[in-house]
Design a protein around this ligand. Sequence first.
Ligand code: PEP
Ligand code: MN
Length: 469
Amino acid sequence: MSLESTWSPSSWTSKPVAQGVEYPDRQQLSKVLSKLGTLPPLVTPSEIERLRYQLSLVQRNEAFLLHAGDCAESFDACTNENISAKIGLILSFSLILIWGARLPIVRIGRIAGQYAKPRSSKTEKVGDREVLSFRGDNVNGLDIDDRTPDPERLLRAYFHSATTLNYVRGLLTSGFASLHQPRDWSLSHVRSPSLRNEFENIVEGLTDALDFSRTIGQDSGASFEHGGARSTVGEVDFYTSHEGLMLDYEQALTRECPVPKSVSSISDEKAYYNTSAHFLWIGDRTRQLDGGHVEYFRGIKNPIGIKLGPSMKDDELTRLLDIVNPDKVSGKVTLITRYGAGKVENYLPAHIKAVKLSQHPVVWICDPMHGNTLTSSTGLKTRHFHTIIDELTSCIRIHSECDSRLGGVSLEFTGELNDEGFSVTECLGGSMELSEEQLGLRYQSFCDPRLNFEQSLDVAFLISKHYKD
Ligand code: PEP
Ligand code: MN
């Protein structure tokens, strides 16, 4: 990668940083960051490069990307039940996609580090008090008396990420992901008989479908083989991601490492990898061309995502791609579009055209969540299932009209259940027809509303059927 000589893991500090956090105790922050700088990496360069390779397959229409998880993780939700439910949902979702699209699925969770949140306002009014906004568990507390940014929370975020990742790795290597036992992924609570039947049918078909096993890599066909690493039926590839928002933290986990031999033609090549996650994305609020986030992102070798909303200008998009991927490396950039169902038609075609003209290789995925948030009559932040589907289907159609292809989806969903086995009630509609009155029943998100298990499977079947037909 040809980098201007001025880049370093800390060069972002000389640029304006949107959504910056002001720590009252700077000394404590320095101490925490030095400690983070000595802790071991959470992920390795060879895993990161394997993901980049798999994303280059997505770009070439040879795989489909599923990016999904919570809007924000919390330290309290770092439990056996929540993590296994999330992984179970991601696996069920991808099984449905494989069945329809007959393509390998690249799975990236919003997990093991997705703690920080951008906010539209620095402060918020709670009752008659004006307090600092909650910025995510790695910055301050949800409790209104705990809103002062505390550097120690960055350390806690690191350890919660490590614990989560450790458990995910354990689950995936001990048979949980085996396609021989998909019924273990907690379908028992799905109350809709038609959803359950559809899923059961897939499982039945799977058992003896030879072309299916070839698609997922059991055979010598379309498996993910790279640098000797190969996924098997029992051990699926799974990658972690978060928004690269807290640059102090990202810098501390950025390490200069040897580039794995499988991807390097130069001997002893070294590069900077962000070792806190395999994949990081730049949010819609922090993608200013001259800002600190873009500066930081242009120097790391990880594959990255960029959120695109209606405020992105066509030429700004290509300039941004020139900055973060000057060598036009395949699999490096994933564009995550999130315009809103009513706006996608106005913006996506021009963005596709601009990128085509620039000849930048990108993966396009649709985030049908963030442009479709509304407030219910009872004051809860929600999203309607039909607008989510609207944006997604428009995206698929527009891409094919523009001679492009939608390579994946980015969703906020959760497999979380309460003690009685009921799913959360945060988004309206879906096959369970969740109504406004039911929203308050089990609204558990402290951030954006997530699709629950049933609503997520509805989305999976929709995409899957589209590709099957
Ligand atoms: C998010 O993905 O949770 C998010 C804040 O998205 P965006 O930057 O697109 O608003
Ligand atoms: Mn969100």
